[in-house]
Design a protein around this ligand. Structure first.
Ligand SMILES: [Mn+2]
Length: 581
């Protein structure tokens, strides 16, 4: 069954892709390659990405913690600091109110640890993903009030909770909101609000994740306590996990924070993270990619299938021994999550096979009463890659149902959702990912209206996936020096993708399917040199390449393959096609 899914995914995903070479900025010249000591290739990449002055390129290539803006510049931080020191002095009880995803969990751990170190009486609360849902709710506030909580600090949530915050104030709980989500028109009447999205977009901290905002507050608190930056530097590990997992753009301060955070993660001082790395089979180095496939999913699995407290307790563990059971639990939950998402994917594929009309429209809406709502989002993302269109997976639970929506790049699924707002119990999200709760009886009407909306707003051309290519690169320019140079643009991720090249001057010397057959290993020759290439998920190309030998075009990014202490350039393949005549 798994193989069948892969082939469907493969044929749709890779055969119909458009290769688009990004248009360089008009009149752009490479920025000072000699003065910056970089190759013209890297210089051109920078220019094309809008980093086109010597100053901006110099800062980009050499991240420096001293370039982080003073925390007090972020509106609300000075007020939050003075309030919190008073709270600590008065020995009033504080609760950090977080979220169940990686960003929310790391932000919670960061602020709890900070406030403990400063002598506060602090606990934390994370709502249950399904029983309570995202952000504040009245029942949780009642519970905290009963426990004598006098102050609540939200992390990664709260900015849209005017009603709940007013309720908390009624219950004599004062609220400090720290969040990074877009504010609604009417801000909550909280004691203090810290949210970079409340200000202009040109600040260096505008794109901070929830954990980045918590970091700023922590930095200001330690400063006020007379501690130097070393006291707060240890939190860069947590900031990096949350920032990368939340897929905020890795530019501005996020670049500086993650650049140093990844270095720290290699030798992390956090016993819980060290234990999680071991459990995940990671070696010393941590990359944005290993956060994406190994650490992030394990931390997230707790909130998806059970309770996010497991992840917070892991992060706050004082020793690896204490962390071990939490890491083991996260690992087990992650395996379970993988099984569940594979099953949802298989069932969805079968539904489509049985009824191809399901994918006749610009959006596919699938409904089942067997799907775990914590995992439908992951399965929907996989189906988006297979069918190149927005996918809605709805899991029925009696008279109500929950839906997850995912979309391909550059397609907005949220506007259409908003147009159906009257049908939902609640809904939320953004352009590429959203969710909703709906009464089961409203599903047919939702299906009709949402399909009509997206059929009208999506062109056929938008459903053809693209490989976005940064630059053409002759095969003979691939070298150890170039790959070393390209690493200076890392960390790669959202907003700063690994450069993609295109070459029509490489010969395919050898290829074979590897792993369970789903990956492709190749050897290329540029005439003088040979290079290895690996294409994850491209195993099926073997058939096409065997059937159609001849000149090829290759789309790839470049990385090092380290083996036996030797470092060799390796092509990470995104696509191969027969040379167009
Ligand atoms: Mn977040």
């Amino acid at each position: 069954l798994k193989a069948a899914i892969r082939i469907v995914a493969f044929s749709r995903e890779h055969m119909e892709k458009t290769w688009r070479i990004k248009t360089p900025a008009v009149n752009s010249k490479p920025v000072f390659p000699a003065a910056l000591n970089i190759s013209t290739t890297v210089s051109t990449l920078l220019t094309n990405r809008g980093i086109d002055t010597f100053g901006s390129a110099e800062k980009f290539l050499n991240p420096d913690l001293r370039d982080l803006s003073a925390p007090a510049l972020l509106p609300g931080i000075p007020e939050a600091v003075s309030a919190l020191f008073e709270v600590i002095n008065n020995k009033e009880r504080i609760c950090v109110y977080g979220d169940y995803d990686v960003d929310g969990v790391t932000a919670t751990a960061l602020l709890v640890n900070t406030l403990r170190e400063l002598g506060a009486d602090v606990s934390y609360y994370i709502p249950h993903r399904y029983h309570e849902g995202y952000s504040l709710n009245k029942e949780a506030i009642d519970e905290l009030a009963k426990k004598g909580v006098a102050w609540m600090i939200t992390v990664d949530c709260g900015i849209s909770d005017a009603v709940e915050i007013a309720y908390a104030e009624e219950k004599s709980i004062k609220v400090i909101v720290t969040d990074h989500h877009n504010p609604p028109e009417a801000l909550p009447k909280a004691h203090v609000i810290v949210d970079p999205k409340c200000g202009p977009a040109d600040t260096p901290y505008y794109y901070l994740a929830g954990v980045g905002v918590a970091f700023k507050l922590a930095q200001a608190l330690y400063q006020e306590a007379g501690k130097d930056f070393a006291a707060v530097e240890k939190y860069l590990d947590l900031v990096t996990l949350g920032t990368v997992a939340d897929m905020v753009p890795l530019v501005g301060e996020n670049r500086i924070l993650t650049f140093f955070g990844l270095q720290r993660l290699a030798k992390t001082v956090w016993p819980g993270i060290a234990m999680l790395k071991k459990t995940a089979g990671l070696k010393e180095n941590v990359s944005t990619r290993s956060i994406g496939y190994a650490l992030g999913p394990r931390i997230n699995a707790s909130g998806r299938l059970e309770k996010a407290e497991i992840a917070v307790e892991l992060l706050l563990s004082p020793s690896q021994d204490a962390a071990r059971p939490f890491a083991a639990q996260l690992d087990t939950l992650n395996k379970k999550r993988q099984e569940i998402s594979a099953r949802i994917l298989a069932e969805a594929e079968q539904m489509i096979k049985d009824d191809p009309a399901l994918i006749e429209n610009k959006v596919a809406i699938l409904v089942s009463d067997k799907w775990h709502p914590g995992v439908t989002g992951i399965a929907a993302s996989q189906l988006v890659r297979a069918y190149n269109r927005p996918m809605v997976l709805i899991s029925l639970e009696g008279t109500s149902a929950r839906g997850s929506i995912r979309s391909p790049d550059d397609i907005d699924i949220f506007e259409g959702l908003r147009s159906c707002a009257d049908l939902f119990i609640n809904y939320g999200g953004h352009q590429e990912a959203a969710g909703f709760e709906i009464r089961t009886e409203n599903i047919p009407q939702f299906r009709e209206r949402y399909t009509r909306f997206l059929n009208g707003s999506i062109d056929d051309a938008m459903l053809i996936p693209e490989i976005k290519i940064d630059l053409p690169l002759p095969g003979d320019q691939i070298s150890t020096e170039l790959v070393t140079d390209l690493q200076r643009l890392a960390p790669f991720g959202q907003g700063n993708e690994a450069p993609v090249f295109f070459s029509d001057s490489l010969q395919l010397v050898d290829f074979r399917q590897v792993g369970d057959g789903s990956h492709l290993k190749c050897t290329f020759s540029s005439g003088e040199k040979t290079f290895d290439g690996i294409g994850f998920g491209l195993g099926e190309y073997a058939k096409i390449l065997s059937a159609q030998p001849g000149p090829i075009d290759v789309a790839f990014s470049l990385e090092f393959n380290e083996w036996n202490g030797a470092k060799k350039p390796q092509l990470s393949l995104l696509g191969i096609k027969k040379r167009s005549a």
